[in-house]
Design a protein around this ligand. Sequence first.
Ligand SMILES: Nc1nc2c(ncn2[C@@H]2O[C@H](COP(=O)(O)OP(=O)(O)O)[C@@H](O)[C@H]2O)c(=O)[nH]1
Ligand SMILES: [Mg+2]
Length: 225
Amino acid sequence: MSPSEPQITVAMISMNEERAVGKVIADIKAAAPQAHILLVDSSKDRTPEIAAAAGAEVLRQFPPKGYGPAMMRALTSAPGQVVVTLDCDDTYPTDRIMQMADYVLSGQADVVDASRLEKKPASMPWINYLANWGFAWLASVLFLRRITDLHSGMRAYRTSLFDEMAFEANGSALPVELLLKPMAHGKKLQTIFIPYDERTGESTLDPLKSAWWTLKRILKVRFGS
Ligand SMILES: Nc1nc2c(ncn2[C@@H]2O[C@H](COP(=O)(O)OP(=O)(O)O)[C@@H](O)[C@H]2O)c(=O)[nH]1
Ligand SMILES: [Mg+2]
């Protein structure tokens, strides 16, 4: 590692988040002043200009390729020993970034999952909660440890993982594989619990497609393709 290389990168993928991006980056800088901030951006609005002016490195991916390809580009482009991800929509607690990074830097974890689902959040519809709970239960049984949130966008990863193993970027539910595949390779997982606030503005997720991909990814990692 060169002396100028940061230890920690905070990486986000962004599509049309001009209302949130400035605040999110300011919050990250306050919480993790030494961190490098990286965006893979597929916006039509002013998100990339705002992010660059705030000091973030912006990699453009346009036209948009979807969540998975954007996230894999962010993870494999992140300098340093640990990359912490979060959404660019101001729904995740930036004040937990350093705690998560420290688990990796201290060698206690290779992946840290910031779970939103310690119990049912008041803002989450029951049908979503039950689906999430069911898939997390299945993964817990198959991987022999308690998993509560397969879909969190807030994670910390040891960056060397992305040299050691490949992840399937295309298709929904990449976060499922990003959590379970390192475990299947004997890597250490740490979970922290965070509060959950429903996003303002609509999500781009298609629930049935996402459920199908979630199941497919759990079984693929556990039993091979
Ligand atoms: N670069 C890029 N970012 C995306 C794309 N789709 C979604 N995002 C970003 O990915 C993050 C998660 O998306 P979001 O709609 O918040 O998903 P949700 O939290 O599951 O409802 C947000 O920061 C979005 O701006 C895409 O195709 N390309
Ligand atoms: Mg979000």
